[in-house]
Design a protein around this ligand. Structure first.
Ligand code: NDP
Length: 310
């Protein structure tokens, strides 16, 4: 099958491209930069959707870029890099004479209000309560296809927790301080830490692309069309930041005795985005499991062992 991936040059996209390639599928990226195996967003707008059986959007200016000060211009980039690209892809799908069988958007668990006690499943009700939850609302709304197109194109929204992997994301920023023995809990440490191994996120995306992309892919929610099927992209294990910190220290054989207080993270990152680290949600992948997806890394021990080679 042919898969079009917006933002596929990034951390998750590279893993997804590897996985789909291994299964014999063809991948075309949509990128800001032209190159082999890619089209640009401008080309997508002017020439329309290239032939594809599945489309995915992974585009987004990194939220935790330590090199950027959290100001209005950064926030605007965070919003537009997600919402505009998603709308462009959804419009190209809607305008295509041959729309793909599936359209998968990756958003995040920031829609669920941080809590020490609530447990969120895909059907949990939520309303925006802060900047990042408003982002998720607008992002997911931008992906919606008109009803007539949604009859033939299956819509899926995957909400991942922190994506863990060797080659990017949060781990890339955390490994050095932990290696140096300077790692510690972030904020109180009791906050939930929803996470997923990058190989599992790629696996869930491939699974969602439907039969053909995944050896065990199914179309479990076909009856529920035309609304999007929501899947929580988190591991089944539910951990706190403290448990994550201790497990990473164990995997690296390093002490983790330097907690980073919330006020330091707020000062460094800005309170609105530091929230991603200092607060968390208990998220269950209930429907993801019901679709039959089998996790390769269901618990922190196996995930961190793969990542740090411990
Ligand atoms: P990356 O930071 O690796 O970025 C993905 C791609 O987005 C980049 O390769 C780039 O593609 C494109 N991009 C970056 N900045 C912009 C911009 N300003 N405008 C347009 N496009 C831009 O993301 P990940 O692979 O880590 O994440 C993929 C998606 O999953 C993102 O939407 C992210 O919000 C979401 N997510 C990620 C989590 C994580 O822990 N990594 C957690 C939860 C959700 P190019 O240069 O080719 O244009």
């Amino acid at each position: 099958m042919r898969v079009l991936i917006g933002g596929g040059s990034g951390f998750v996209g590279r893993e997804l491209t590897r996985l789909l390639g291994k299964r014999g599928h063809e991948v075309t990226l949509v990128s800001r930069n032209p190159g082999p195996g890619r089209i640009t967003w401008a080309q997508l707008q002017s020439d329309g959707l290239p032939p594809c059986d599945g489309a995915v959007n992974l585009s987004g200016e990194s939220i935790l870029n330590p090199m950027r000060w959290w100001n209005e211009s950064y926030k605007k980039d965070v919003f537009s890099s997600r919402i505009d690209t998603t709308r462009t892809l959804a419009q190209a799908i809607a305008a295509s004479p041959n729309p793909p069988r599936s359209w998968v958007l990756i958003t995040g668990v920031a829609c669920y209000k941080p809590s020490l006690t609530a447990e969120y499943i895909e059907d949990s009700e939520w309303t925006p309560f802060d900047l990042l939850s408003r982002l998720v609302k607008e992002w997911e709304a931008a992906a919606l296809l008109p009803e007539n197109v949604a009859q033939t194109t299956r819509q899926v929204v995957i909400r991942p927790g922190v994506v863990l992997g060797r080659d990017g994301g949060a781990m890339k920023q955390m490994l050095l301080p932990f290696w140096l023995g300077l790692g510690g809990t972030l904020g109180p440490g009791t906050q939930p830490f929803p996470w997923i191994h990058v190989r599992d996120l790629a696996g869930v995306i491939a699974h969602s692309l439907g039969p053909g992309a995944s050896p065990d892919g199914d179309d479990a929610d076909a009856d529920a069309r035309p609304g999007p099927q929501v899947l929580n992209g988190v591991a089944p294990a539910q951990n706190t930041n403290y448990e994550f910190t201790k497990e990473l220290g164990r995997a690296l054989r390093r002490p983790t005795v330097f907690p980073v207080p919330a006020f330091v993270l707020n000062a460094l990152l800005g309170a609105e985005r530091a929230l991603v680290l200092t607060h968390g949600q208990r998220v269950s992948p209930k429907r993801t499991l019901e679709t039959g997806y089998q996790y390769r890394y269901p618990d922190l021990g196996s995930a961190l062992k793969e990542i740090v080679g411990g």
